[in-house]
Design a binder for this molecule. Structure first.
Ligand code: AMP
Length: 205
């Protein structure tokens, strides 16, 4: 049995057509269901629906053999225990720093609010900048407006969310897209079907 981990929302919407093109279709409408495990037309493939930040963890421990995860989530996780053989080129966006429009950095020691604390720690350290990191779980845009932080590190797609809140993007930390990730042991033990899946998907992206 090959277990593929996905997340609801943009990744699910953009991954299902890819899976369909390589001959894998769920037996029911995932978006409309509250179930978490789904059989497919292939008796040897099932899909599990996880929270985005849990996909790398399930794949790391081999609970799922394969997963689809944003590069931002993979970077924050650290990437231990799995390979990242294919860029699916979906759910594209950028991971950026942002702050209040027109604001100059005046504090020597920046306060940065983000859910990506590992990425942010690494990024500012590389630049030799002293920062105080504040972990948030949502609505990062509020932090600079309410003066909880000087800057945020967040995902930007069109930039409309920043703009609507009087913020502007500053520096790009990474270009993001969704990647296929594969548990290292599964890649060895289940080589033929996984290699087939990778090459079939590579042909359609
Ligand atoms: P936008 O207003 O188009 O810049 O979108 C920004 C918001 O949409 C961000 O705060 C994210 O929460 C979300 N977002 C946009 N693209 C993605 C993506 N590819 N993956 C996850 N979240 C995203």
């Amino acid at each position: 049995m090959l277990t593929i981990a996905l997340t609801k929302g943009r990744i699910l919407k953009e991954t299902l057509p890819l899976l369909e093109q390589v001959g894998i279709t769920p037996e029911e409408d995932i978006a409309a269901s509250r179930k978490l495990v789904f059989a497919t037309n292939r008796s040897d493939v099932r899909l599990v629906i996880l929270r985005g930040s849990d996909v790398p963890t399930f794949v790391q421990f081999g609970t799922a053999d394969v997963g689809v995860s944003g590069k931002d989530v993979i970077m924050e996780h650290g990437g231990n225990g799995f390979y990242e053989p294919l860029d699916l080129k979906i759910a594209r966006c950028r991971l950026m720093t942002a702050t209040v429009k027109g604001r100059d950095d005046i504090n020597a020691r920046l306060r940065v609010a983000t859910k990506y604390v590992n990425i942010a720690r690494h990024y500012y350290a590389e630049q030799g900048r002293q920062v105080e990191l504040i972990k948030l779980y949502g609505a990062m845009e509020l932090a600079p407006i309410m003066e909880l932080a000087d800057e945020i590190v967040d995902i930007v797609d069109t930039g409309n969310t920043l703009k609507a809140n009087g913020l502007e993007a500053r520096e790009t930390i990474a270009d993001i897209s969704s990647r296929l990730i594969v548990n290292k042991a599964s890649m060895k033990l289940n080589h033929a079907p996984i290699q087939q899946l990778i090459s079939d998907l590579a042909a359609v992206v």
